[in-house]
Ligand binder design. Structure first.
Ligand code: AMP
Ligand code: MG
Length: 482
């Protein structure tokens, strides 16, 4: 196993060569054996802590901090970059696909500004648990290979143990990476990035295709539509959809202030810094479109030498976004309700359901699971256990399933693949993280993780994590996990 230096080899305009910081006492808190196997990593147990805190360098590794910019809450910042992360290199999996291996919390870099380059144990474990849960639910995401405690104490609101989290990503090509070079009018570098994006993410686009950059953009649009649809399916609120946190691959990245929605409400916001609800649950598709417009601006010079012609090529893709997203979302919601296809009647039905959930403040995840159960063999008895506010709607829905000739068992089967039984609920997450902060190895961490890794199958412990928060998360707030 040897790492590649693909991104590092782009040169010093793209990244800055820098070593992870030395620490004294690395201690492995989490190690993702399944992911390690998929990547072809094999280590002696006692080496994991040294490699995945950056004390030993993996063969072939040339650690770099990546340059990027980004629109944060709508405001452009021309210089962000990896302020506390080191890209170690890329690994090729058994299918021949490249994955970035990145340490986060591994010490300061040229891009740290006033930051300390560190990461606390809670945000590190949170990223691991959230991304494992998302991956298991089938949502596109970066993954985590390891969390290693550094043995240091770092200071945030209070003092907390430091940790390094190893992130695995299909790439770290962000909208903000393109913006970094566009802001500096470095067009040759934008072309390099676009070509790399095609090679990494859509190799089906031919190199001599005159439309290759508009095709790349179209690919990214479709991936974002799919990503937001998947977030809507499971009730995920990203919380900080800045352009530097938007990957061209369409994977979820940056689990800082994210949270899960309990009670259905499109206006739900948990992030303490999102005062205007820019990144509210129901606004995520609009923001994805906004972020794509920022990417389009960067790609214009590649798409056509004539700016107006380039705009004419890009605009139809951007303006089609809302309709395409709606279609995708309708199809997803239809699946959550057991329909193979969406149509007007199904759309009206799911809309009516969401209105009921909002009006009666019902839990999103639990309601779909209850509806799924209500299709069981003893239909009348099962529907009685539904929330009374949903019973009339449930009868209309069953009728609609029957009208569309959908056998109820088949609908139930489809629903069971689209409705997670368990999500990483905020109150359970916080409880486990508090325990980890005081004692790095806890039984509850392992149990919680194993339940999250099996969201569509009832396990012995699933029931422990299905309940809504006592206060319905009314007092819950998240912070950028720095
Ligand atoms: P994030 O909120 O994680 O997307 O980070 C936004 C920017 O702040 C990125 O450029 C990060 O590298 C940088 N940053 C966040 N936390 C730290 C830290 N503790 N030390 C240095 N830079 C940081
Ligand atoms: Mg970020």
């Amino acid at each position: 196993m040897k790492l590649h230096k693909q991104y590092a080899q782009l040169g010093s305009k793209f990244s800055n060569q820098t070593r992870p910081e030395k620490i004294k006492h690395p201690k492995v808190v989490l190690w993702n054996t399944a992911l390690a196997n998929a990547l072809g990593f094999e280590f002696e147990t006692n080496q994991v802590g040294s490699y995945f805190s950056g004390q030993l360098l993996l063969p072939g590794s040339k650690p770099v901090a990546l340059a990027y910019a980004g629109h944060q809450f709508g405001h452009f910042n021309p210089q962000l970059g990896d302020g506390r992360a080191h890209l170690l290199g890329e690994v090729i999996d058994q299918q021949g696909k490249l994955h970035d291996i990145q340490l986060k919390g591994s010490g300061p870099t040229l891009f740290s500004r006033n930051g300390d380059g560190k990461c606390g144990i809670k945000p590190a474990v949170r990223e691991y648990l959230m991304s494992e849960a998302m991956a298991a639910m089938g949502v596109p995401t970066t993954r985590c290979l390891a969390v290693v405690a550094t043995g240091e104490t770092i200071y945030r609101q209070t003092s907390t143990p430091g940790a390094v989290v190893t992130r695995v990503a299909s790439s770290h090509l962000r909208v903000g990476t393109f913006e970094y070079f566009a802001a500096r009018q470095m067009y040759a570098e934008i072309k390099t990035l676009a070509d790399l994006s095609i090679a990494r993410h859509c190799p089906q686009i031919e190199n001599d295709d005159p439309d290759k950059y508009i095709k790349l953009f179209s690919y990214v649009v479709d991936k974002q539509i799919n990503l937001i649809t998947e977030w809507m399916r499971v009730g995920f609120i990203h919380g900080v959809m800045n352009t530097d946190n938007t990957l061209l691959s369409g994977d979820t990245i940056d689990y800082g202030p994210c949270a899960m929605m309990g009670v259905y409400d499109p206006d739900t916001v948990f992030s303490s810094i999102d005062r205007n609800g820019r990144y509210a649950f129901g606004n995520q598709a609009n923001i994805a479109q906004w972020n794509l417009a920022r990417l389009a601006e960067c790609l214009l010079p590649l798409i056509d030498t004539d700016e107006q012609r380039a705009i004419d090529k890009v605009m139809p893709l951007l303006t089609a976004f809302p309709d395409k997203f709606k279609q995708s979302n309708n199809h997803m919601m239809a699946s959550k309700l057991g329909f193979e296809q969406s149509n007007e009647a199904v759309n009206n039905s799911q809309q009516a359901l969401l209105e009921l959930l909002l009006q009666h403040q019902l839990d999103y995840t639990q309601s779909f699971v209850q509806l799924q159960h209500s299709l069981g063999s003893d239909l009348d008895a099962k529907s009685q256990s539904l929330n009374p506010n949903l019973q009339q709607w449930q009868q209309n829905w069953v009728q609609l399933l029957q009208q569309t000739n959908t056998p109820l068992a088949q609908a139930q089967q489809l629903m069971s693949q689209h409705n997670p039984l368990v999500i990483p609920r905020n109150h359970h997450m916080e409880k486990v993280l508090d325990e980890v902060e005081s004692d790095l190895h806890t039984d509850s961490l392992a149990v919680f993780l194993s339940v999250l890794q099996s969201p569509y199958t009832l396990t012995k412990h699933t029931h422990l994590y299905q309940d809504a928060a006592a206060d319905d998360d009314l007092n819950y707030q998240t912070f950028c996990g720095t």
